[in-house]
Design a protein. Sequence first.
Length: 164
Amino acid sequence: LEGFAKLNHWDNIKFRKGKGSKRQRYTFDQVDTLKLFEDTEPTIYVRVKIEDKDNPKVLELANQGKNVVCYRDVIRGNMMMTPMPNGGMMTTGFWGTITYSYLRKTEKKEATYLASSAWVALNFRKKASEFFANCPALVSKIQNRELKRGDLEEIITYYNTKCD
């Protein structure tokens, strides 16, 4: 289908063929892939089974290479004012964006959570070293901190081009 679509927080898709047409709702039980054109390049969303999780997640397809596929979940936060019983206000939530990255080797069916852009993200070197264990040169770069969590695109490119 082609038309106007919006993906909401509950992984439901609101769709209509034209600006004046009736809105329809779809879920990822009915849709395989959603392509949204917000810029010149489409943002592609798919449902992905996550390792050690019962329910799949709808994630953005970030990078697809010969050895590994990268998905991400981008959470855009905002602040909310909540009334307090004493008449005051309490601020809850956060400003900014947190990106959660998931990787799937092409021969596997499930993706693995690898990293978050949140400053409290822990164990990246350990998780990345385990995930890329079949590429000792890359693991060495990760362990020696030549490549870090912020270099995920470079890590994926290295793995897809220099590892088997």
